[in-house]
Design a protein around this ligand. Structure first.
Ligand SMILES: O=C(O)C1=C[C@@H](OP(=O)(O)O)[C@@H](O)[C@H](O)C1
Ligand SMILES: C=C(OP(=O)(O)O)C(=O)O
Length: 455
């Protein structure tokens, strides 16, 4: 899809969602579903574990349902079970995950749909290599351009036979029931998920795995730490003491009994809304300690003018008198870029987002998409080699295209809180990681104080 903006005066279509203006300062408590990144790691580890696992409050969204479906087709049992004890508001059924008797008995001769999920397309080939037979992977048209080459080549070095299309989906993994494993060097500067994939499955490889990164700095490092911590929680022995090198010893993976934290990156648009509309947004269950990259939002919102408080009840964000710009390297938390860019377009001082060149390989080329859509509604945005510069400007309504990217769609929702006439194309794309975004957004606005002007 070309990022050039077609018209500043769009005719609404059925596919457009008229982003609601904030009726006044907010007073909302938003219960967010579980983390995509944690849910998909737990699913993979549970599938490779030596016994039955229980995932409490898992995320059920397109990305995690695709992961569950892929694992089911490999012969893993994943069943809904009612949560135990007192049921909290917004609670979902637990997932009980029953692995095959031996990982070597993961079924082959199946086809897996990765959708547009980076976690599925990168993590699954490393798991599929343990299956008994061929596993074919494909996904949405946009998935076919997301980088895969380094993880595919690394798996080959570790003894796996893969037939691929020039480093992209679709590909076929010739599972042989076991993988030799060993040491591999790869360039993971396009995605931390290449490393996470090898580590998550590596404990089940005969020699374990030693992964060495050689190249520009690895992005989204907290996600690698998340991988390491979830592996250690499952009893794996992981050495990450040397920079750019990770070693997972061959071992069994213990069954899990885990509660999935709320998705902090998905909390982004909601807590950002407090800065845009004023008032208060609370997110219960925000963890005190976490490996989620979205935790950086606390610092970002504080710098941009909010009052941010974390205590045992969760996170409380109160909009300040002014929304100001930020100069920030988002290399470690690149998935926050669309949310920060939307806030920046509404800020009274300039913003510079740096260090996120690799998000051109996310769901869409996010730097091009944000530049096109923000400038289409009047923002003074400049695309740089590795980020965006956004200066204050008067914004106007218009169609905000989402490019099948959930975070583009939610960026449009943030802008629409203050800019009349923002039409977000394909709001349903938010279902990639967040079921019922529209309902949650409307619920957040219900508590707003009508008649009090939004700055
Ligand atoms: O491992 C994960 O769960 C993720 C890693 C990151 O990917 P990149 O390293 O490609 O940015 C992040 O942006 C993505 O949303 C989720
Ligand atoms: C980059 C993202 O997703 P994926 O897991 O598909 O890479 C994201 O959610 O912002």
């Amino acid at each position: 899809m070309s990022p050039a903006h077609p018209s500043p005066h769009p005719v609404p279509t059925d596919a457009d969602w008229s982003a609601p203006l904030a009726p006044g300062p907010l007073d909302a408590t938003v219960v967010l579903p579980g983390s995509k990144s944690l849910t998909n790691r737990y699913l993979v580890l549970a599938a490779l574990a030596s016994d039955r696992s229980r995932l409490r409050s898992p995320l059920r969204s397109r990305d995690t349902l695709l992961m569950a479906q892929a694992l089911r087709s490999l012969g893993v049992g994943i069943d809904d079970v009612a949560p135990e004890g007192e049921v909290a508001p917004g609670a979902v059924a637990d997932w009980v995950v029953t692995p095959p008797e031996e990982p070597a008995s993961l079924r082959g001769d199946v086809t897996v749909d990765c959708g547009l999920a980076g976690t599925v397309m990168r993590f699954l080939p490393a798991v599929a290599a343990l299956a008994d037979g061929t596993v074919r992977l494909d996904g949405d048209p946009q998935a076919r351009v997301r980088p895969m080459g380094p993880v595919v080549d690394a798996l080959r070095t570790l003894g796996v036979t893969i037939d691929d299309e020039d480093g992209h989906l679709p590909l076929s993994v010739a599972g042989r029931g076991r993988v030799r494993g060993g040491a591999v060097t790869l360039d993971a500067s396009a995605s931390s998920q290449f490393i996470s994939a090898l580590l998550l499955a590596g404990a089940r490889y005969d020699e374990g795995v030693t992964v060495h990164h050689d190249g520009e700095p690895v992005p989204s490092e907290p996600h690698i730490l998340m991988t390491v911590e979830t592996l250690r929680d499952a009893g794996a022995i992981v050495d990450d003491s040397e920079p750019n090198t990770w070693r997972v010893e061959p071992s069994e993976i213990n069954a899990l009994d885990v509660s999935v934290e709320p998705d902090l990156s998905n909390a982004g648009p909601f807590v950002a809304a407090a800065l845009v509309a004023g008032g208060t947004v609370r997110v219960p269950g925000w963890p005190q300690h976490t490996t989620q990259a979205g935790d950086l939002l606390r610092e970002i919102l504080d710098t941009m003018g909010a009052d941010v408080r974390l205590d045992r009840s969760g996170l409380t964000v109160v909009g300040g008198d002014e929304l100001v710009g930020i100069d920030i390297d988002l290399h470690d938390a690149a998935e926050l870029t669309p949310t920060v860019a939307a806030l920046a377009a509404l800020a009274s001082t300039p913003t510079w987002i740096r260090g996120v060149a690799h998000i051109r390989g996310h769901e869409t080329d996010r730097l091009a998409a944000l530049t096109a859509e923000l400038s289409g509604i009047g923002s003074a945005v400049t695309e740089t080699e590795d980020g965006l510069k956004i200066a204050p400007a008067a914004l106007h309504g218009g169609r905000f295209r989402s490019y099948h990217d959930h975070r583009m769609a939610t960026a449009g929702a943030i802008l629409g809180l203050r800019v009349p006439g923002v039409l977000v194309e394909d709001i349903g794309t938010t279902g990639k990681t967040l079921p019922d975004f529209v309902g949650l957004w409307a619920g957040m606005l219900e508590g707003a104080a009508p008649g009090v002007p939004v700055r």
